[in-house]
Each structure stands twice: as structure tokens, then as C-alpha cells.
Design a protein around this ligand. Structure first.
Ligand SMILES: [Ca+2]
Length: 306
């Protein structure tokens, strides 16, 4: 019997991060970043992956929430990571090829925030095709897939010959090979030259008017500028599942209850978060249980690089 709760969803506690940090620039060695196209045709360019040469970097933020601390040195091996979050169109190919049933479809509902009641709801029929439920429009193919649990994301990645990124890899990529100390993956400011750099929540509360960045809900992947290493949506739009069980960083002695089913999510989303802009910074972190699926959580894949 599976007991589901949206508590963690609510808890979407992200701890997030703060700015610049990383502060010690001793951090990184020579991590070279280069692009590499895994595919040639325009029709499937969403499969493009970005290569990162392995190296060491300072993970976390001294200015972020307690969960981002302490800043500590981490070394990752060379890897590739998806340029974009996995799209609805890509996920459809997986479903059609494997007849896989997502956790949301198995349960018959999934987590959607009900703006009329200002509360989370398990909406019948909400799934990867119908992000707001069956009575709302079907998602278009170029949007990031949502309502996928960690289990679903892991299954997709295995089918695609990939895997989920580790949390360290995700931050290493967000920091452009561990070299950037900017607050966000694109820089230090959300709005640059009058243009929003990501699809995020405007305002400090749930009632705030949305759309100044062009989108009230999710946005097609790649709608906002790439980072200097060619990644998109590394902040805002949808949270990205990572492979790791969520734990405190080494040396963090905050009281903490370890739950092997709580998996890391990174990057924040279009939706309100109690940590505000810290939720979509390079070092912001949160978690949800592995069977949880929500309207603001998706994923991207990674793979080892020789
Ligand atoms: Ca928005």
C-alpha cells in the first residue's frame, strides 16, 4: 500500500541559495566545456547534450539557506548533460515504445496547485500529457514534461541510455564546469537589459500577478537565453530530479531525519517558492519523495563521458 502525501511537495522547501558564493575560486581546475551534438537533425535537437570535463569545484553557498552549507569541495568525473529538460514529445516516444505507466497514471492523479483555493490538490487525470488535469488543455510537445516522479524519470533515463545527473553534476553544470560563482546559472541578475532570464514566479506571495516574464505556468524549453556553456532552463520553469538521496552536506549538523526515498530536486520552477529567488539559484536545493509527481517538476538526463 502506498501512502502518498503532498506534504513534501508543500514542503518544497527549498533551501536555496544565494549568491555568489562558491567563493573560493581556488576551486576549479581546468574544466573545459564544449558542446557536442548527439544528433544531427533539427527534429530531434532537444536530445542535444553538453559535455563537461571533470574537475573539482566548491559546491554550496555560504550565503544560502542552511541546507546549502557548508560550502565544500567536490570532484566530478567528465559527463554529459541534456541541454534542455526532457520534453513532453520526447517522453511520449518513451511511453509509446515501452507502454510504461507513470506513477501519476498508476495512482490516477497528480499534484497540481489549485490557485482558486491556494492549496495543493491531487487532481484526477493530471499526468504528463495533461499538466492541469483532463479538463484542461493537453500540453504541447515542446514543453518540459511534468508529473513525472523520480521513478518515472529514472525509467526514462535508462530507456534513453542515460541516467539522472547527480546533484553535484547538476550544480557543476549550472556553474559552467564549476567555474562560475554567479548566483544564477546565467549570471547575477534575474532581469538583464529589461529581459527576464528565466521563467520564474513574480512577487513574494501566491496572489502576485504573473506573466511579466511571458509565462504564468511552464514555458517551452529553451525559451530563455542559454547559459555561457549552452544549457537552458537551469533555473525556473521546472524542478529537475537528481539521482541522489537528499542529505545534509558534510559538516552540517542541523537536526535531520534521513529518508532514503527523499530525492534531490534542483533548479526551482515557474511556481511560487518560499525561498524566492534562492530556489532557482545554482546552489538552491530541495527534495521530494520518489513517487511524488507535480505540475512543476521534470528532469533532464546525464551520462558518463569517456
Ligand atoms: Ca513565469
Amino acid at each position: 500500500m502506498v501512502v502518498r502525501s503532498l506534504i513534501l511537495a508543500l514542503t518544497v522547501i527549498l533551501f536555496s541559495c544565494s549568491s555568489n558564493q562558491a567563493d573560493k575560486s581556488k576551486a576549479q581546475k581546468d574544466s573545459k566545456v564544449s558542446k557536442e551534438n548527439d544528433v544531427a537533425t533539427e527534429s530531434i535537437t532537444k536530445s542535444t547534450m553538453i559535455y563537461f570535463e571533470g574537475g573539482s569545484f566548491m559546491m554550496g553557498s555560504a550565503k544560502g539557506t542552511p541546507q546549502e552549507q557548508p560550502v565544500h569541495e567536490v570532484t566530478v568525473k567528465s559527463f554529459k548533460i541534456d541541454k534542455y529538460p526532457v520534453t513532453v514529445g520526447e517522453f511520449r516516444r518513451f511511453i509509446e515504445a515501452t507502454k510504461y505507466q507513470t506513477d501519476a497514471d498508476r495512482f490516477g492523479d497528480s499534484g497540481v496547485f489549485d490557485f482558486s483555493t491556494s492549496g495543493w490538490a491531487l487532481v484526477p487525470g493530471a499526468n504528463w500529457q495533461y499538466p492541469m488535469g483532463k479538463n484542461a488543455p493537453k500540453s504541447e510537445d515542446n514543453y518540459p514534461v511534468t508529473h513525472v516522479s523520480w521513478n518515472d524519470a529514472t525509467a526514462y533515463a535508462a530507456w534513453a541510455g542515460k541516467r539522472l545527473p547527480t546533484e553535484a553534476e547538476w550544480e557543476f553544470a549550472a556553474r559552467c564546469g564549476g567555474k562560475s560563482n554567479s548566483k544564477f546559472s546565467w549570471g547575477n541578475e534575474l532581469v538583464q537589459n529589461g529581459n527576464y532570464m528565466a521563467n520564474v514566479w513574480q512577487g513574494d506571495d501566491l496572489k502576485a500577478q504573473q506573466g511579466a516574464d511571458g509565462f504564468a505556468l511552464t514555458s517551452p524549453v529553451g525559451s530563455f537565453p542559454e547559459t555561457s556553456c549552452g544549457l537552458t532552463d537551469m533555473g525556473g520553469n521546472v524542478w529537475n530530479w537528481c539521482s541522489d538521496v537528499y542529505t545534509l552536506y558534510p559538516g552540517n549538523n542541523t537536526p535531520f531525519q534521513y529518508n532514503p526515498e527523499a530525492k534531490v530536486i534542483r533548479g526551482g520552477s515557474f511556481f511560487f517558492d518560499q525561498n524566492g529567488e534562492n530556489s532557482y539559484s545554482t546552489s538552491g536545493r530541495s527534495s521530494n519523495t520518489q513517487e511524488t509527481s507535480l505540475f512543476n517538476t521534470g528532469f533532464r538526463c546525464a551520462k558518463d563521458a569517456k
